[in-house]
Design a binder for this molecule. Structure first.
Ligand code: HEC
Length: 105
């Protein structure tokens, strides 16, 4: 019994550590000024993004390219009235953040 409790505790600690690392990456990459996991801010909630693209193959690569380039002028906006500016973050970091986003569905 005690072993199980210890295991659960350890697993929880490991899991939240991983989630915190992802959150730190998102923070460092400048995403959290406009996005939140579970609520709309300037941009859509990450949970809503994950749900919308859950069935799309290659969504991570496509979205990462889009975040890097920013919402293109002339292209209709998907989530509202505001466009996303091009991201100064590294493409691999953006991919890391989007991989994390896609686990939120
Ligand atoms: C200045 C504010 C701002 C910043 C910073 C920002 N976003 Fe966004 N993001 C937006 C807005 C606004 C939209 C909605 C654009 C639209 O409706 O097409 C959006 C949309 C998105 C989408 C959905 C795109 C789609 O085609 O549906 C993803 C994924 C995303 N952002 C990820 C990120 C990540 C990852 C970062 C950090 C590297 C980031 N964003 C930084 C404002 C921002």
């Amino acid at each position: 019994m005690r072993k199980i409790a210890l295991f659960t505790l350890l697993a929880t600690a490991l899991f939240s550590h991983a989630a915190m690392a992802d959150q730190a990456l998102a923070m460092r990459s400048g995403c959290l000024g406009c996005h939140k996991a579970d609520a709309k801010l300037v941009g859509p909630a990450f949970q809503d993004v994950a749900t919308k693209y859950a069935d799309e193959t290659g969504a991570v690569d496509r979205l990462a390219d889009k975040v890097k380039a920013g919402s293109t002028q002339g292209e209709p906006l998907i989530w509202g009235a505001v466009a996303m500016p091009p991201s100064p973050a590294k493409l691999e970091d953006i991919k890391g953040v989007i991989n994390w986003i896609m686990t939120m569905k």
